[in-house]
Design a protein around this ligand. Structure first.
Ligand code: SF4
Length: 309
């Protein structure tokens, strides 16, 4: 409510100027957060080192645009010298707007390469109508991108997966694969030749959506191949969003858990020597409390703390 008296003027919050100032403040905060989170991931996992030549994989979606954008900001202020080469694979999907990415990357002044390979026809030819094309398509894409990385003399491949992709993968592996396995910020490629890095590991998808809107990235739709979106991933994504809506802070807590693993409290005998466990005679907070039920702090607080009984 406007509480201005006759002698004081309080600018209504809804005025255009106030709104513009608020948006500017929020955008500035968002940019700082994106840079801080990427910087933190780079430092925590040693993602980028002196002399790296990094192939930045660009799909034309909001995540890869955001990744390149923030990586360029990091490069400008980084204490180490490294190179970025943006690469897009044009798979010749019908309607793929092939001019968009080259025009954008040229204007940005970044080194780039567009690789054109008609994997779409191969996949269409090999996979019967109605069956999912993704596994063959991504296998072909992987092989091509490795070759391109080799030709461009890159030692690292940067992918635009973010925090929410990583959590989704974790639950997909648990629900459908029977494994506690996620999507790591850094891993050697399956052919052993490259380091695959995910500099957006700490970044929330909602922030990338906001950043893409602010930067007006020329997004290329990802449904051109006509393949159904992965239904299981879609369901897990919806489940996580629903949880977060009902219990704010849950995603942050689950993500923190991925970085806070306690093998002695799981059941993988390969990770913990259950068979050779010996009584120590020493008190430990990490020891079994046998008869006490565990209780937890309020949801939404960072980290999960066991309240001692
Ligand atoms: S969604 Fe389309 S482009 Fe993506 S992996 Fe599946 S078939 Fe390939």
């Amino acid at each position: 409510m406007n509480t201005a008296t006759e002698n004081t003027w309080v600018e209504p919050e809804t005025s255009d100027a106030a709104k513009a100032a608020r948006i500017e403040r929020e955008t500035h905060k968002l940019e700082k957060r994106l840079c801080r989170q990427m910087g933190q991931a780079i430092s925590d996992f040693n993602l980028i080192e002196e002399g790296d030549r990094i192939m930045v994989c660009m799909s034309g979606g909001k995540d890869s645009y955001g990744m390149l954008d923030i990586l360029l900001k990091m490069k400008a202020r980084a204490p180490v010298d490294f190179e970025l080469v943006a690469v897009n694979l044009d798979q010749k999907q019908p309607g793929f707007p092939e001019h968009i990415l080259p025009a954008y990357l040229k204007e940005l002044g970044v080194a780039f390469h567009i690789e054109t390979q008609d994997t779409y026809s191969i996949v269409k030819d090999k996979i019967p109508e109605g069956k999912t094309m993704c596994s063959l398509c991504s296998r072909l894409r992987r092989g091509i991108l490795y070759r391109v990385a080799r030709e461009l003399k890159c030692n690292k491949l940067a992918l635009g997966h973010h925090r929410d992709d990583m959590l989704q993968t974790f639950f997909l592996n648990m629900f459908f694969g029977g494994k506690l396995k996620g999507m790591p910020p850094k891993l050697v490629s399956d052919n052993g030749e490259f380091m695959v890095i995910r500099p957006l590991a700490y970044v929330a998808e909602t922030d990338l959506i906001r950043w893409a809107e602010h930067r007006q990235f020329p997004i290329i739709p990802c449904t051109l191949c006509g393949s159904q979106e992965n239904l299981q991933r879609l369901q897990v994504g919806n489940m996580l969003r629903e949880w977060q809506k009902k219990h704010p802070g849950r995603i942050e807590n689950m993500f923190a858990a991925l970085q806070n693993v306690v093998p002695s409290h799981l059941m993988d005998a390969k990770l913990h020597g259950f068979k050779d466990l010996k009584i120590t005679g020493i008190e430990s907070d990490e020891g079994d409390k046998a008869f006490d039920e565990e209780s937890f702090s309020e949801p939404g607080l960072p980290g999960i703390q066991v309240i001692k009984m």
